[in-house]
Design a protein around this ligand. Structure first.
Ligand code: MG
Length: 455
């Protein structure tokens, strides 16, 4: 009896280089992915990590050994590679990246022919091929061909620009500071901004897989230098990407680092003003603030499970025009329904131009909620039982159970969710005033505590 080894997490296969991810393991992953796709044409690209020259060669060898043709795009943002799959009519892509993880990590994302990461049920097929070693290795005359593909970055830049009002941005000559975390965002965003008449200053823009400037996750702890640069240069906007440039965190003209759900909400408002009666997708963990602004504009919100692929797939299902995540993920349907850092950056510049207001004012105009985040220890083996009990005890509430349990109140919401990675239950409460947020958090904690006592 062979146990199927789970390989994929919420964002592909991740691990530390030469510990979990060594060339031998990655070659076998390549063989499993190649076997899954059959003999087809697969794009291969990567971010700026030190291990990418090793791992991309290993995975190429595995893919080609199963008869799959590998089109190497080299260094490119994840959304550029996703766009290229459709633009060059390929059968899928393999992206070597660990996105926002520290430099010692790397990973593998598998993308389908629609440019979106494959769903969980397809990942299971790859895990089965890998665990059973059912690799379809080809004879010497049927091996796949490994070749270079050029034009990925240029065609992507043109596609992003096609979706914005370039003239409106050009007129303003915005002053912008870009921090691409020493990775592939530097190949796209600063160039796009200069083409749009912006005065661009870059920090951490040379490619360096040691990430000497900052860690690749864009968050307040890593964006101090960007905030300082925006302030001292008197810039209109600061833009920070993660390691594979599918996320975008903004800094306002005062140097404040903005939360991703608030800048996402500004983008939603703008898109809905131009496209009334649309559908917006956001993970169940997003703030009620997002729901408020969607409903105020007479549009519909569709909650998804947590994870960018979940947002993308829901957008396709409901023909949604826009999706956001609170980590700086913006999914703009007319371009492609995947997280796209450069698209988010250009949409924000168009908004600043058209609304004729600084970002700090736009952020201040959004509804405010007090958010309380709690955690309760729960052994992994009990999580499912506790969740099942909670599903029973919360039946009478206005709720959705798409991923954990989210209960809606008139003045706030409560999310109870087992963590995917830690032995804990998370309790998120929010309300317009702090006292009510505390009450909702206490309700959430008591529900989980009661369920825990049963086992
Ligand atoms: Mg990323």
């Amino acid at each position: 009896m062979i146990t199927i080894q789970p390989l994929f997490g919420t964002n592909g296969i991740r691990g530390i280089v030469n510990e979990e991810l060594n060339p031998e393991f990655i070659t076998r992953i390549g063989e499993a992915i190649g076997t899954y796709f059959g003999s087809g044409d697969i794009l291969l690209g990567y971010d700026a990590r030190t291990s990418n020259s090793i791992l991309s060669r290993a995975i190429s060898a595995g893919l080609a050994s199963t008869g799959t043709n590998v089109h190497e795009a080299g260094l490119a943002p994840t959304p550029a590679l996703q766009y290229a799959v459709q633009n060059f009519k390929l059968d899928g892509a393999v992206i070597i990246t660990a996105s926002h993880n520290p430099p010692e990590y790397n990973g593998v994302k598998v993308v389908a022919d629609d440019g979106i990461e494959i769903p969980r049920e397809e990942e299971v097929i790859i895990e089965e091929i890998f665990s059973r070693e059912k690799f379809s290795r080809r004879r010497w005359s049927e091996l796949g061909v490994i070749s270079k593909l050029s034009g990925v970055i240029e065609t992507y830049k043109e596609a992003v620009k096609h979706h914005i009002d370039a003239a409106a941005i050009e007129k303003r000559h915005f002053k912008v500071v870009v921090d691409p975390a020493n990775s592939v965002g530097s190949l796209v965003t600063p160039y796009l901004l200069r083409e749009l008449g912006c005065e661009v200053t870059t920090i951490n823009a040379h490619l360096d897989g040691h990430f000497p400037g900052r860690l690749p996750e864009p968050k307040p702890e890593t964006l101090g230098k960007l905030s300082l640069a925006v302030n001292s240069l008197g810039a209109d906007l600061g833009i920070a990407h993660d390691g594979d440039a599918d996320r975008c965190i903004f800094v306002d003209e005062k140097g404040n680092i903005c939360l991703g759900d608030r800048t996402g909400a500004i983008i939603i408002e703008y898109v809905l003003d131009r496209n009334p009666s649309s559908t917006v997708v956001t993970p169940i963990s997003s703030s009620k603030m997002v729901e408020d602004i969607v409903r105020r504009r007479g549009s519909e919100i569709r909650w998804s499970k947590v994870g960018s692929t979940e947002v993308s797939r829901q957008m396709l299902k409901f023909g949604s025009i826009i999706g956001i995540e609170d980590n700086g993920g913006v999914f703009y349907g007319p371009h492609q329904p995947v997280r796209d850092g450069a698209m988010a950056a250009l949409l924000m510049l168009e908004i600043l131009a058209k609304r004729d207001k600084p970002l700090s004012e736009l952020v201040a105009s959004l509804p405010n909620y007090h958010i309380i985040k709690e955690r309760l220890d729960c052994p992994n083996e009990l999580k499912q039982k506790v969740l099942e009990d909670l599903l029973e005890t919360t039946k009478s509430y206005n709720r959705t159970t798409i991923d954990g349990i989210k209960i809606f109140f008139d003045e706030g919401s409560l999310l109870i969710r087992p963590s995917g990675t830690e032995a804990i239950f998370r309790v998120y409460a929010e309300a317009e005033d702090e006292r009510r947020a505390r009450e909702i958090a206490e309700l959430g904690m008591s529900l989980v505590e009661k369920a825990l006592k049963l086992f």
